[in-house]
Ligand binder design. Structure first.
Ligand SMILES: Nc1ncnc2c1ncn2[C@@H]1O[C@H](COP(=O)(O)OP(=O)(O)OP(=O)(O)O)[C@@H](O)[C@H]1O
Ligand SMILES: Nc1nc2c(ncn2[C@@H]2O[C@H](COP(=O)(O)O)[C@@H](O)[C@H]2O)c(=O)[nH]1
Length: 219
């Protein structure tokens, strides 16, 4: 699925798909923004959704907001790499920008639910690194949903009642991070990405690099 880009050490590497999932409000968006700000070579996948725009959200940046007819047409035209119904709305990952970023040697960051993660893994298991973010407690999760101040009480109730279901998929993920403190959780997620970038299997330029080292040593 992916071609190669170059790591900071100049060795060619396959791009990876870095997935964050969690129950609503555990902190995926917060951690994603920090990752994009601080990790060069990482591009955010902007999902399409039929959900209404929240105050402060920007069309094309936070999501591409579309109506249901447009979303269904995207599914039919096979324009989505994965898609799912979450909290009664449709969400999906446009395929084009992901393919373009991976082909340009970038890694791609996804903020998607467990259904989307399963679909990505079915398509490209070796290139997917998945992280599940847990809140420190149910009370903290509820407090965070309220403190975000962007959803009605009814929407928050619905998201809290679905949190346990979403959380039941934690064991399908490669890594688990408990988001007590944003800085600590960010440091953990950043370490995972840095280590995964160094995995031997992804570093397709290593064979050539080692051969050239050996030639120098023999030479
Ligand atoms: N470690 C933390 N401590 C306190 N507040 C936090 C922490 N992490 C995130 N928050 C706050 O919790 C709220 C929810 O966070 P965020 O929007 O990142 O969650 P999310 O997982 O992306 O939710 P959703 O799935 O609904 O998009 C935000 O107001 C955010 O600032
Ligand atoms: N399978 C997918 N899930 C997605 C996608 N984009 C977002 N999401 C998930 O939906 C919920 C709700 O998000 P919100 O912005 O309305 O709070 C959350 O779990 C997201 O991770 C997607 O493209 N595919």
């Amino acid at each position: 699925m992916t071609t190669g880009g170059h790591g900071t050490d100049g060795v060619e590497r396959r791009g990876l798909m870095f997935v964050l999932s969690s129950p609503s409000g555990a902190g995926k968006t917060t951690l994603s923004r920090l990752l994009i700000e601080r990790m060069p070579g990482l591009k955010m996948s902007v999902s399409a959704t039929t959900r209404a725009m929240r105050p402060g959200e920007v069309n094309g940046k936070d999501y591409t907001f579309v109506d249901k007819t447009t979303f269904d047409a995207m599914v039919k035209a096979d324009e989505l790499l994965e898609w799912a119904t979450v909290f009664d709305n449709s969400y999906g990952t446009p395929r084009g920008p992901v393919d373009a970023a991976l082909s340009a040697g970038q890694d791609v960051l996804f903020d998607i639910d467990w259904q989307g993660t399963q679909q990505l893994k079915q398509k490209a298991r070796a290139d997917v690194v998945s992280v599940f973010i847990l809140p420190p407690s149910a009370a903290d999760l509820e407090k965070r949903l309220h403190s975000r101040a962007q959803d009605s009480d009814e929407v928050i109730r619905k998201r809290m009642s679905r949190a346990s279901d979403e959380m039941s998929h934690w064991a399908e993920y490669d890594y688990i991070v408990i988001n007590h403190d944003v800085d600590e959780a960010f440091a953990e997620v950043q370490s995972i990405l840095k280590a995964e970038r160094l995995k031997r299997e992804r570093r397709i330029g290593l064979v050539g690099f080692v051969r050239s080292l050996q030639a120098q040593l023999q030479g």
